[in-house]
Design a protein around this ligand. Sequence first.
Ligand code: MRU
Length: 312
Amino acid sequence: MLLDQRRLPGDVSYLECHSAADVADAIRKLAVRGAPAIGIAAAYGYALAAARGDDLDEAAAVLLASRPTAVNLPWAIAEMRRGDQGPAALAARALALHEEEVERCRRMAGHAAGLLEPGTRALTHCNTGALATGGVGTALGAIREGFERGLVVHVLVDETRPLLQGARLTAWELERAEVPYSVVADSAAGSLMARGEVDAVLTGADRIAANGDAANKIGTYALAVLAGHHGIPFYVVAPSSTVDLAARSGADIPIEERDPGEVSERFHARNPAFDVTPAALATAIVTEEGVHRPPYQESLAGLGRAREEVAG
Ligand code: MRU
């Protein structure tokens, strides 16, 4: 059962998935979205295929083909394909992977909140909260933690064209958490920064390369450039399951091109769903392991080792 994010904020309704193909379809159509949540859903989809006695190679292939950018998806499938492939073992592994992702959120939110000053007016993009992760969130988890510590006083929420993950999902989460927020048009960010109304920008990531280049929702790169121009810290908050040390730089990250109909139903359109923020524009990258500073090639390298050790 997946909370169908396409229907939020109007309806809180659930989608039943009966096969790995159903889960892949839910990922492709954004019923479930956000890098960690995509990985968790894929793990459950794989366990579901085992419970049904389906071919596990086919299940892995159909899930892996659903969306290309978030590395959490191939990471989760790789975790699931390690060891005992029996239905009970796989169900337990999917649950464990989910619980571990919740714990990673809790830890990274704590580390990132420690970077925020009292009185922070934070700006964020897309949705990086509970809906995107299963836990408290990545960037939005840090913002919520910062609010609970009395550091964050207001959140500017980019509406996030074309599918409005900010205006529909982040606003819904902040309203429920009673955190003061305002939705703004994506194109308002620059002038709000120029007027001194933004103290920090926090975003998530779908894949972080070994050199610190980070792919995230389209529009993130523009925000990072604007933050750099205005001398505002730009923090990328993501779990180690989003770090892909096999990608040397952003050039190795596949960028999803979605249906142009999501941008314009009438006119010719392009719809790149993600962009890459060069490492040089990130003030810090925060994972559950702590705050990573440039040079990221060195500060992220330990994560790969930690992941290998976890993988056994
Ligand atoms: O297309 P989406 O909605 O799946 O894109 C999600 C994002 O870009 C998030 O910022 C990213 O997955 C990090 S979520 C913790």
